[in-house]
Structures are given as structure tokens and as C-alpha cells.
Write a protein that binds this ligand. Sequence first.
Ligand SMILES: NC(=O)c1ccc[n+]([C@@H]2O[C@H](COP(=O)([O-])OP(=O)(O)OC[C@H]3O[C@@H](n4cnc5c(N)ncnc54)[C@H](OP(=O)(O)O)[C@@H]3O)[C@@H](O)[C@H]2O)c1
Length: 431
Amino acid sequence: MSETSERQYDILIWGVTGFTGTLVYEYFLEHGNEDLRVAVGGRNEEKIQKILDNYRDRYTQKVKKTGVFVCDSSDEKGLTEIVSKTLVVISTVGPFARYGEPIVAACANMGTDYCDITGELPWVNRMDRKYTEIAAKNKAHIVSMCGFDCIPSELGGLMVTKEIKDKYKLETRDLKATFFEYTFSPSGGTIETMFDVKLEKNIENDTYAYIERKKGIAGLFSMLKMFRVYYDRDFKRWQSVFPSAFVDIPVVLRTNHFNKYGSKFDYALTSSSKSIFGSIITTIAVIGFMTSIYIPIFGSIIRKLLPKPGEGPSLEQRVNGHLDFRLIGVSAPVSEKQPESSKKVYGRINISNDPGYLETSKYVFESGMCLLNNKRNILGLSKLKDEIQFDTQLFKPGVGTPAVSMGVPLLERLKSKGFKFQVSDSPSIFA
Ligand SMILES: NC(=O)c1ccc[n+]([C@@H]2O[C@H](COP(=O)([O-])OP(=O)(O)OC[C@H]3O[C@@H](n4cnc5c(N)ncnc54)[C@H](OP(=O)(O)O)[C@@H]3O)[C@@H](O)[C@H]2O)c1
């Protein structure tokens, strides 16, 4: 096994044969640093070679330099050997509760940084409890949820609360965000995962234990509140439940635990509609889908109609997708005697392609790069050509959320790469 500083590769894209894994590799080929030493991996060598062949003519040099690792996700010894040859792993192999633990364990043991695109909170919760100490001891950052779940909530929340702190020297009391407009078309891997998550319900379904005050009755009440349909005067649209809220909210609350946005901080995440009927239909659809997950007969019918693993939105759907994600942060009052003296800060994230997969692949790749630059810096390795270094250091190693482990350096990195994150003290940014 090589010393950390002598590893053969900078980044391993694990699960390159999957729908999202291929997009991550494509993003690297189109936009990645020429000097980057990249390897790809999966369980099926023939499929991996086919992916490389598809890109060989267009990106000859990068494909030629790409390393290949073949291993099953259950082969702990094989994975340990692989991750000891790279500085950072980007994993897209899911469902993560089914396939994800051995590579997390290997990274934590080998001091390899790791990021992924899971939205499976019970699994992340379990990885956090099992591996944070060992990862910290071996100086590995283990960061899940670096895709559509939960980058907009996490980095949007960081951006808005930071503005409140920097500009007004105040804590944030309430943060609310809405998927104001968006397109979403699920991949087969996501469908497979959604039906898989329930398998952990009896073991680890303690998402709201993620933060003390969301346990028990308080947790149940917050959960029921998420199904309300109401008009929001700030967003000027009807609001209803958004499925990712069950993941994003606990993750942002968990982040607050470390980042200390506010001692009474709370987060709400909804989906916007132009009419009350739109919001009611969204609510019925979400409840219907969630119910079908737990009623096998409905579930099997629905699954037949939806994409299978390896499938996902078409090129046209990916290119024509979009997201307008809006946030409003409300500070603690300037004076407790004047409850009206709170300050408001507005945030907006715009995506002009498919947020679920194309943007996810970009987010996770840039997260991997953020971890890599930090790792190379710590190990005293030369700076990669054209890579920006940010003054702020990454949070200490261990298992963490994106806004805790990478935080400002990731936000700044994404902004510097043209990702649209805006913040203002004026609602005019919503115009
Ligand atoms: N939260 C988010 O924002 C977000 C966004 C996108 C995706 N995701 C999640 O990411 C995961 C992947 O989604 P996807 O649509 O890309 O799925 P997919 O197309 O089905 O890809 C799954 C990948 O896992 C690999 N794999 C499966 N079993 C394996 C094993 N035993 N050993 C090694 N590799 C194995 C597959 O290899 P083969 O090709 O050989 O089968 C494939 O490369 C899902 O869990 C999905 O929910 C989350």
C-alpha cells in the first residue's frame, strides 16, 4: 500500500457505468483539469471499456490516461486496495444502503477522502455513527449528499446565513427555501433507491434523531407540518410538500449543529405552485408515491412504468431542464424588545439544465475537486495547474455534511466555475 502522498491517482469515479457515473466522467472530460490523474471503476470491465471507447475519439489524451479498476462493491479487500491508490473517491454506486458501506469503510480506514450523491438519510446517519472517529483518526473527509440532495439546501443555507452574520452580525432564526420552478425526471437508479430506503425503516429510520429537538412528538409534528398547503407572501406562490424536504431539512439542521447558524435556527423546504390546485395535486402525488413504496402491489405496478437501473432522462430532457431555487433567511431580532427588527436576506440558485442528474454530476465532481485541493495542500503536493486555492481551510476530517465539511471553499469554488449562487438584502433578486 502506498503512502498517502505517493498515490497513483487524484480521483476515482466509482460507478462510472451507471447513469450518473457516466455523466460525472463526461463532465471531467469536458471541464476537468488536464493534469488530473483520474481513474474510473465498477464491477463490469466490458461495460467500463465501452464507456471509455465512446469518448476515446473526442478526448483522446484524457481517456488514454484514465486508470481502470474492476471490483464488486461487496469485495472489501479489493476496495481497500483500490482506494489506497487514490486521494479522493467520488461514488455514484447506489442504492447506497445496499452497496455503499464497504467503500466508505475502506476510505475511512485508508485516509482517502470521499464524496457521493446519495439521498439516503438513514444510511448516511449510520455511516456517520460508525465511521466518523476512524475517518477523523486517518484524516479522511467522508461527505455524502453532494448532489441535487442536498447541495442547493446546504450551500444556499450557508450562503444566506453567512450574509446575515457578515452584514448584520446576527444569528439566523428562520431559513425557508422553495423549489420555485423546476423540472425533474427520475433515473432508474433513483427509483430503485426510493423503493430500497424503506428496507431500513426498522433499523435506522431515525432521521429526526439527527438533531435532538426534532425527536419524538416534536419530530412527528414537524413531519406533519410538511404536508400543509399554504400561500407564502414572500415567495408569492402556493406552497406544498417537496419529497427531498425529508432529507434536506434534517441535513441542514445537522449542519447548523456544527456551523452554528443560530441557537433557535429552523429550516423549511417546500415546492411552489402558481395555484392552490397545483399545490393540492403535488401533495396528492407525493402522498400517493410514498404510499406505493409501502404497498407492494402498487409499488410493483408503478415500478413497471418507470425507468430501470442504468436508464435516466434523455439528452433533450437534460439540456432543457432547469431549476429556480429561492431562499429567505430571517435573522434574530436586532433587539429582543423589538421582534420586528429582524433582517431579511434573499438567496437564489439558478440551474439551466437538468438539476437531478446533469447538475448532480457537476456538483459531486466539484466537491471531489474541493476535497482533492485540500488534500494535496495538506500533503505538500504541488498545486494542480490553474486550480484556485481558497484561504479558508476545510473543516476537520470525519463524516460530515457538505456545508460543514467543505462549506465556504466549495461555495466559492462553484461560484468561480460559473454556478449561479446569488445573495442580496433585497427581494429584487427574485425579479
Ligand atoms: N440525491 C441525488 O441528488 C441523486 C442524484 C442522482 C442519483 N442519485 C443516486 O445515485 C445512485 C445511482 O443512480 P443512477 O441513476 O446513476 O443509477 P444506475 O444507473 O443504476 O447506476 C448504478 C451504478 O452502481 C453500480 N453497481 C451496482 N451494483 C454494484 C456492485 N455490486 N458492485 C459495483 N458496482 C455496482 C452499477 O454497475 P453496473 O453498471 O455494472 O450495473 C452502476 O454503475 C442511486 O442511489 C440514486 O438514487 C442521487
